[in-house]
Design a protein around this ligand. Structure first.
Ligand SMILES: Cc1cc2nc3c(=O)[nH]c(=O)nc-3n(C[C@H](O)[C@H](O)[C@H](O)COP(=O)(O)OP(=O)(O)OC[C@H]3O[C@@H](n4cnc5c(N)ncnc54)[C@H](O)[C@@H]3O)c2cc1C
Length: 531
């Protein structure tokens, strides 16, 4: 197979032209191309007057490919191999079924691999199935009734289910391909296999998650919903079982391997682990707000005269600034054509996030604008101090919003001038529980607020309109990552032997794909443990 990169297509050109273009690079008649698949597709918008697509394709030729490569001498062509995931050998001797706690991306992929290896894992998930979870989330968004066990963070699919479903990641791992392939087979659009910025959309994610659960069950695994891990049964530092609760009943279950994929919002479970002696350390995290602009403004800033072209869809952006008040600020989880999400999981607290549907056709663009918080900023050296600091910010926001889950919000113009907002301008905020106009100085730490002010002005130089006075900031965004790390060794186990801290909550991932990859990694570690 030969991989040919940097094939340019104009916005109005058809993908059928790729054969001809690949043939030209290879100096080979396209009739010898037996198979062509798109490996990567991206929008090149570096020059606003020359927006086009750039493709990398894999071709199989009905000719000697080594000779073709030697003859064409193009830096755009190189030999490539198709990636194929292989399940590692199962060295486990134990008769116990492994337990996975949490059915977010990390737990889903850990469960899937263990099920494929024939270990019939039992997955415990504290939240409800997707349909009933959706009803609880609707009750929260429409009537402001929060269910602490079934919400945007907890339930089938984890935090990922109500996410935007962007599948970009900063990590490098051969398992990324496998994650995308599984998601595609479970119902995600084919484009995720090759788009430079793959995206599922929250609407399609629900289907994907349910199909992955069914696959685990078909392979002999079990996903037990509304089952919350309450405690670990330990003896001499080794895991012997777990205690979980289900609809008011407490159940003890024997096992010698527990993958803990609990996400970053299960503060009660983290406290339980700490009490049991798990080694937990502080970890930096970020705090900020969602910033909403009209999507048309972002399209214009990114695509110039090409804005609105049907093949381009809604434009995104990614911005960062360093060295502002000795801190960095960055945009995160940008949702083109999306909405702000009220994402609380604890009563009396407000947090926001963002999502979009597959179509990304909403009026507004939103993104988190975040500032890093280091352990030196935490109120104490206690390993869980960052977690309590997050909670304090969320509770302050609840009070500032009016005590009924409306989120505090401020116009960007007022934020920059440090003035309380009193009326909305041309941008309608989309937070489903509503917003209370205020001054965000009363809920964001000072260092976060002043760094955000400097960043907005700086970012406006790179994305014209970013500092639009009518743009709306809705706060706080506190849970872009975990505030703790549960230490683990090279076998992915923590000091409580047989316990595998996994995914975002344990501090080993940030986002859907990296959490899923970590799930695979921990499942491999279970398979490799021959005790
Ligand atoms: C609104 C929103 C939008 C997002 N958008 C994106 C995006 O576009 N792209 C992206 O990459 N990331 C996005 N994220 C982040 C992404 O969802 C997380 O990074 C990812 O879900 C982390 O995966 P995880 O499996 O480690 O944890 P989680 O997905 O948080 O899953 C943990 C699961 O464990 C369960 N659990 C916790 N404690 C217990 C217990 N004691 N017993 C049993 N079960 C328990 C929880 O109920 C939960 O279902 C978004 C998040 C949100 C909230």
């Amino acid at each position: 197979m030969i991989r040919v990169s940097e094939l340019r297509l104009e916005l109005d050109e058809d993908e059928s032209l790729l054969r001809k273009k690949a043939g030209k690079v290879l100096r080979t008649d396209p009739k010898y191309i037996e198979k062509l698949t798109i490996f990567k597709k991206s929008v090149d918008a570096r020059k606003k007057d020359d927006v086009h697509f750039s493709y990398t394709v894999d071709v199989t030729l009905g000719l000697d490919e080594t000779q073709v490569l030697r003859r064409c001498r193009s830096p755009k062509a190189k030999a490539a191999e198709e990636y194929k995931y292989t399940l590692p050998v199962n060295r486990r001797q134990s008769a116990f079924r492994p337990v996975v706690v949490g059915f977010g991306p990390a737990g889903m992929f850990a469960g899937l691999i263990l099920a494929e290896a024939g270990l019939r894992p039992i997955v415990l998930e504290r939240g409800k199935d997707i349909q009933r979870r959706q009803q609880d989330v609707n009750a929260f968004w429409q009537q402001h009734i929060l269910n602490e066990e079934s919400n945007v963070q907890f339930g089938e699919g984890g935090a990922g289910t109500f996410s935007d479903g962007k599948l970009t990641t900063g990590i490098k791992s051969p398992f990324i391909r496998q994650v995308l392939q599984e998601l595609y087979e479970a119902g995600a659009p084919e484009e995720i296999l090759y788009a430079a910025k793959p995206h599922i959309g929250t609407d399609r994610l629900a289907v994907v998650v349910q199909n992955i659960r069914k696959k685990i069950e078909r392979l002999g695994g079990e996903v037990r919903l509304e089952c919350r891990l309450e405690n670990l049964i330990l003896a001499n530092g080794f895991i012997h079982g777990v205690t979980y609760s289900h609809l008011g009943q407490t159940v003890d279950m024997e096992t010698d391997a527990v993958i803990l994929a609990i996400g970053h919002s299960a503060r009660d479970t983290v406290e339980m682990l700490y009490k049991n002696g798990a080694q937990i350390i502080q970890k930096p995290f970020s705090v900020g707000a969602r910033i909403e602009h009209p999507q048309k403004l972002i399209d214009k800033a990114q695509y110039g005269a090409f804005a609105g072209h049907p093949k381009l869809g809604a434009a995104d952006y990614k911005l960062s600034c360093h060295g502002l008040h000795q801190r960095g600020a960055y945009t995160f989880c940008m949702c083109p054509g999306g909405t702000v999400v009220a994402a609380a999981s604890e009563k009396g607290s407000v947090i926001v996030n963002g999502m979009s549907t597959l179509a990304r056709d909403g009026e507004n663009a939103n993104s988190a604008l975040l500032v890093g918080i280091d352990p030196v900023d935490f109120p104490s050296e206690h390993p869980l101090a960052g977690m309590y600091y997050q909670r304090e910010i969320e509770q302050n926001a609840f009070a500032l919003g009016g005590g009924d889950y409306r989120a505090p919000a401020q116009l960007v113009g007022d934020f920059l001038a440090d003035l309380e907002s009193r009326a909305l301008g041309n941008v309608q905020p989309t937070c489903p529980t509503g917003v209370t106009l205020t001054n965000l100085r009363y809920c964001l730490p000072d260092k976060v607020r002043t760094t955000m002010q400097a960043a907005i002005t700086e970012m406006d130089k790179r994305l014209h309109g970013f500092a639009l006075p009518d743009a709306v900031l809705t706060a706080p965004e506190t849970r872009s990552s975990s505030s703790v790390r549960i230490l683990r060794d090279e076998f992915c186990q923590c000091n409580l032997r047989g316990v595998y801290p996994c995914g975002e909550g344990a501090g080993y991932a940030g986002g859907i794909v990296s959490a899923a990859v970590d799930g695979i990694k921990c499942a491999h570690a279970v398979l490799a443990d021959a005790h």
